[in-house]
Design a protein around this ligand. Structure first.
Ligand code: MOS
Length: 742
């Protein structure tokens, strides 16, 4: 269990990260850091072919290598009674079954784990793994979406059916028409921290697992299901997570493999994926082809919008995301239709990656809107305002809150939008062409369910607990801020405990919902604890005897009367009064029916200034302004970090990231961080992260909407649009590398 407590002095308004000191001093423990007595090391052997069957695995040589304790493969793997069937909340919702590791001879993708070698040291395990000999019956694989689009199908489930509002393909009859195709290649999450799992069993039916996961409860559930174990007998810990971006939203086969290996040798086993394995074993953003067709009047009023997308999945699971959904709700257009299809390929299953669906769709939509702005000779900002959706056009419901127009205005001012010459290829700085671009986005602001336990101790300090993972946004910090404000206690007296599946159930950290979900539960439990304290403090013999609970005021660790601050009872004394050492309240909290009455979204806009080098085609991002309407901002520092992180990943998406597969073999050729480029500090300019910071009155008691995903929804489009403005060249295939500009 990770303990996160503010160790600073009296905080200024935005609390410093409560665990910042742990992170920068190396005290923070990540999954790979757990060293247990008698620890052994596991290494996965992978398939070198993309499709076919294993004819034979010969482990004799490997088995007799020094230090080898066991080798598990399909020929000797113990049964996994339940495997990942049923109840796994992170399982793709629409179809297929998770890959079952070591259960049969079938090969679904190159890089598929086919054996696990366990040895007494890591080096010996690596060496022995090279001695495992495999023969295959190889079939021809299909890994390229281009050329296989005719095999695309509409995913099962009503939400993927073709959507039509008004008339389909109405753009065809419009005065102004834009039709353009966009491609985003495979992107891989590549968090700095590799996925790692350490597992050990206590007897036949109890297991403890240290795992890199965005959800300790969902990983616990997957292991319970796979090994048919009771909840209290599966302990999952994730103290700190070194980035996830979606790769930790599912329980992947390597986790099951590590748990299985630990069972087989009855010792603690540690398995750390290699960087190349991070490309094939923990998901990726799927390749997508998109076509946007826009129809408009000469004044730039949208009359038709058609959004088509084809994406990829594996042959064993149906992965889907909301690629086309943003086109349904982003603008007020009477005629909208969308078509979304997927092709099953001989690859591992993709998964959600930051801004899943929306980030992909917004790239196409927001580029096309920019293209339209030139066709109707209108400022792209003005074009967006003209087509602003005043209500949710899909459900015809009011927004719970929407300050997108305010975002536009604030961002335009901060970047100096009106100083640009609107003509493409018109602004120069020596050998550099200068350009400005913008892109906007939205994301569902959901709220899930969470339980938080609050314990007030005899020294007046407060401990909050919930089984949530923090993949980096600073969950314990924001929760401490909320508790400090609601409960009336200085942050230094509050400790937040997380990352432990035995704590009260918390949500998986995904879909930009943690602050909304968990923050609401923290709010509710603090209020409930105050109510309990109010009962105790108003009874006979107390200084505040007879006071009405509603007349009490809670601040800085003391209860007073609202009308009279002189009668003070310390929180600590309320505990002492009970005669026990602590006061406990546990509260379960979830959304009400507000979603039936309102559409609840977060919004953001990104403004970018770029330089493009005339001779080399190098693109430099010079300035970024990102403005978010994410409701009430709990902590300006951690919130700004969310936006900055989104911008950095957006820069990667726009200019660098591209997992290149050699389709002759179905294998990646750049599966390492030397060849798969992500932004480094020199690629990242000063980023201005701004907020509207107005509470949403309906989403939850704290007024906060989600922030993580919108941070990069629409960002890549802003870059592409700025590159067009700088050069007059429209690049519709990401990433925008110099070769495409020359
Ligand atoms: Mo996010 S893609 O829900 O980790």
């Amino acid at each position: 269990m990770a303990t996160h407590q503010y160790l600073g002095g009296q905080p200024d308004e935005a609390l410093d990260r409560v665990d910042g000191r742990q992170k920068v001093t190396g005290a923070a423990k990540y999954s790979v850091d757990d060293i247990l007595p008698g620890l052994t090391y596991a290494v996965l052997v992978e398939s070198t072919i993309a499709k076919g069957h294993i004819k034979k695995i010969d482990t004799k040589k490997a088995q007799s290598a020094p230090g080898v304790l066991a080798i598990i493969y399909h020929g000797n793997a113990p049964a996994i009674p339940g495997y990942e069937t049923g109840g796994n909340p992170a399982k793709p919702p629409t179809g297929g079954e998770p890959f079952r590791v070591f259960q049969n001879t079938q090969i679904y993708f190159a890089g598929q784990p086919i054996a696990i070698v366990i040895a007494d040291t890591y080096e010996r395990a690596i060496y022995a793994a090279t001695l495992v000999e495999t023969e295959y019956n190889k079939d021809d694989q299909r890994t390229d979406i281009e050329g296989n689009k005719d095999k695309a199908v509409v995913p099962k489930g009503p939400r993927y059916a073709d959507y039509i509002r008004g008339e389909a393909d109405a753009y065809k009859n419009s005065v102004i028409k834009i039709e353009a195709e966009y491609i985003i290649p495979v992107e891989v999450h590549n968090p700095m921290e590799l996925h790692a799992t350490t597992a050990f069993w206590d007897g036949e039916d109890k297991v403890t697992v240290f795992d890199k996961t965005q959800g300790v409860k969902s990983t616990q559930r997957s292991i319970m299901d796979a090994f048919k174990l009771k909840e209290q007998n599966v302990q999952v810990n994730t103290d700190f997570v070194g980035g996830g971006f979606g790769s930790g939203l599912r329980t992947w086969p390597h986790v099951i493999a590590a748990v299985l290996a630990a069972k087989k040798i009855n010792k603690p086993v540690k398995l750390v994926l290699t960087r190349p394995q991070m490309f094939t074993m923990v998901g990726y953003r799927p390749y997508s082809w998109q076509k946007i067709s826009l129809g408009a009047t000469r004044d730039g009023v949208l009359t038709g919008l058609t959004h088509e997308a084809i994406s990829e999945t594996s042959t064993y699971e149906e992965f889907t995301d909301r690629t086309v959904d943003i086109s349904k709700v982003m603008y007020a257009c009477p005629n909208v239709n969308t078509r979304y299809k997927i092709v099953a390929l001989d690859k591992s299953t993709p998964t959600w990656m930051r801004g899943p669906g929306e980030a992909t769709g917004a790239y196409a939509l927001e580029c096309a809107i920019d293209e339209l702005s030139y066709a109707v000779n209108l400022d792209p900002l003005e074009l967006r305002i003209r087509n602003h959706a005043d209500v949710d056009p899909v459900r015809n419901l009011p927004w719970s809150s929407k300050y997108l127009k305010e975002c536009y205005q604030k961002g335009a001012e901060a970047i100096g939008w009106n100083k640009r010459n609107p003509k493409p290829n018109s602004m120069q700085e020596g050998e550099w062409q200068l350009g400005y671009g913008m892109g906007a986005g939205n994301f569902n602001a959901n709220r899930g369910r969470a339980t938080v336990k609050a314990t007030l101790l005899a020294d007046g300090s407060l401990v909050l607990q919930s089984a949530v993972s923090d993949s980096g946004p600073g969950t314990a910090t924001t929760m401490t801020s909320i508790a400090s404000n609601v409960f009336g206690l200085s942050p230094g007296k509050i400790t937040f405990e997380l990352g432990d599946s035995s704590l009260p159930p918390g949500p998986t950290q995904g879909g930009s919902t943690t602050t909304s979900t968990l923050g609401s539960a923290v709010h509710d439990v603090c209020v409930a604890l105050q109510q309990k304290m109010a009962e105790l403090v108003t009874i006979q013999g107390s200084l505040l005897q007879g006071a009405k609970p509603e007349n009490l005021h809670f601040e800085k660790g003391y209860i007073t009367l609202k009308t009279d601050a002189s009668k003070k009872v310390a929180y600590a004394d309320v505990v002492k009064q009970t005669g026990s050492s602590q006061l406990e309240v546990t509260k379960d909290s979830q959304a009400g029916d507000e979603r039936n009455k309102y559409s609840i979204y977060s919004f953001a806009v990104h403004f970018v200034q770029v330089q493009v080098h005339r001779l080399t085609g190098v693109v430099r991002i010079k300035k970024v302004v990102t403005v978010a309407d994410a409701g009430k901002i709990i902590n300006e520092k951690t919130a700004a970090s969310q936006l900055m992180g989104g911008v950095v990943s957006g820069i990667g998406m726009a200019l660098m990231e591209d997992a290149v597969m050699d389709h002759r073999f179905g294998r990646y050729v750049n599966n390492n961080l030397a060849d798969y480029h992500v932004p480094v500090s020199a690629d990242v300019p000063d980023i201005k992260a701004l907020f509207i910071d107005k509470p949403d009155p309906f989403i939850n008691p704290i007024g906060s909407k989600g922030l993580g995903e919108i941070a990069n929804v629409g960002f890549a489009a802003a870059v592409a649009n700025a590159v067009y403005h700088a050069t007059g060249k429209r690049i519709r295939t990401l990433p925008i590398t110099p070769d495409k500009l020359l």
